[in-house]
Design a protein around this ligand. Structure first.
Ligand SMILES: *Cc1c(COP(=O)(O)O)cnc(C)c1O
Length: 386
């Protein structure tokens, strides 16, 4: 079944549901285990640590394998998926697995803040420097590659400021120069941007966001091609990474409706973004599907749609605007069924932040007209405050 051409929505239903893992149930059950018992010493000695093989709790059970295999099937051309206890661990562990002292990493200047912090602390401590590049560099990345450059990290669209990268162009250059590419694909997921098909070697999602989809799960996944998957999976086990079966099960449960949810997030977010775009109190609306967003042309060319997260520039007083919202929660993360608002102050060293006074919105599954009414009241109130 995995080899047949299926539409994405069909694949989301079928993926990873091997009969030997779920038996006569629809879903693989929650199998909790540290110890796995062997029939005899010969079987114990003959069993190696691998995905899909009952060995020890660290290597998981059917509950984790079904999710890992489903995520692999969503990225045609990928060899496997390693699961992590957070999206951040799904970024940092492959970097540790693939880089060695003396290597240099190229990372976009708009990279997710905690990823940047990892580069500046742990990676640096192990003798692996990071050089930051303009996310809109495109094929110009070729001029930035030095003799120690070993890997290129991408994130598209970028955290908070939403620049869409020319992923195929950067990956083409990387392959020519023998470099590995890693993409943070959390915003689009494989449904809106099939990354391996675009030339990416390691594609990462914070499954905390749209895979989980309900703001109640921390989970990450790194899906890689055959050249890199085994190294990443082995390094993850060497470092002792394990995902609880309960969390993997929640990930699988969320995944089955991810396509449906993303379509609604897309429709709602576009309606809200287009409305904001017409308000006098609003400056630029940085939504990849709107022309003002840097890299919009790449989004149009490469993506199959947009999700629920975007940023805009507020002309009025920011904190009182966010405080005045009633249907939007104030908090970190996104990708759940509910709407969120967050003032963001991007840290950059190479590029200028596109505008001051940015507010990031995650548009949930509420009725968009209710959200617009709420935003309108908050804009009016913030406009009145001194
Ligand atoms: C949230 C997020 C992460 C990290 O995911 P966690 O599960 O919260 O660790 C990584 N990248 C992006 C773009 C994110 O938004």
């Amino acid at each position: 079944m995995a080899d047949r051409e299926l539409e994405k929505s069909t694949r989301l239903v079928e993926a990873g549901r091997r009969k030997q893992w779920r038996r006569r149930l629809v879903n693989a059950p929650v199998e909790r285990a540290s110890t796995i018992l062997f029939d005899d010493v010969e079987q114990l000695r003959g069993t190696r640590a691998a995905l899909g093989v009952y060995n020890y709790g660290l290597q998981g059970t059917a509950t984790q394998w079904t999710l890992a295999e489903a995520l692999t099937e969503l990225e045609p051309g990928a060899a496997g998926t390693a699961l992590y206890s957070s999206g951040l661990a799904a970024i940092t562990t492959p970097l540790l697995a693939l880089l060695a002292p003396g290597d240099e990493l190229l990372a976009p200047d708009n990279v997710y803040g905690p990823t940047r912090k990892f580069c500046e602390t742990i990676l640096k401590q192990f003798g692996i420097p990071t050089r930051y590049y303009d996310p809109l560099v495109g094929p110009g990345i070729a001029d930035l590659i030095g003799k120690n450059t070993r890997a290129i990290l991408l994130e598209s669209p970028g955290s908070q400021t939403m620049e869409v990268q020319d992923v195929p162009a950067i990956c083409t250059v990387a392959r020519e120069r023998g470099l590995v590419t890693l993409l943070d694909n959390t915003w689009a997921t494989p449904l809106l941007f099939p990354a391996v098909a675009a030339g990416v070697d390691v594609t990462i999602v914070a499954a905390t966001k749209y895979v989980g989809g309900h703001a109640d799960l921390m989970l990450g996944a790194a899906t890689a091609t055959g050249a890199y998957f085994d190294r990443i999976q082995m390094a993850s086990w060497d470092l002792g990474h394990a995902v609880s079966p309960d969390d993997a099960w929640l990930g699988s449960r969320g995944l089955r409706t991810m396509g449906l949810r993303l379509k609604q997030h897309e429709q709602n977010a576009l309606e809200v973004a287009q409305w904001l775009n017409e308000q006098p109190q609003v400056g630029r609306v940085l939504h990849p599907a709107l022309p003002a967003c840097p890299g919009h042309e790449c989004w149009k060319r490469d993506f199959k749609g947009s999700s629920g997260l975007f940023t805009f520039e507020l002309k009025g007083e920011r904190d009182s605007f966010v405080d005045a919202l009633e249907l939007f929660g104030i908090g970190y993360s996104w990708g759940g069924f509910e709407s969120l608002a967050l003032p963001v102050d991007p840290y950059r060293t190479i590029i200028q932040p596109p505008a001051p006074n940015l507010v990031r919105l995650h548009i949930g599954l509420e009725d968009p007209q209710d959200l617009i009414t709420d935003l309108k009241a908050a804009l009016d109130q913030a406009g009145r405050s001194p």
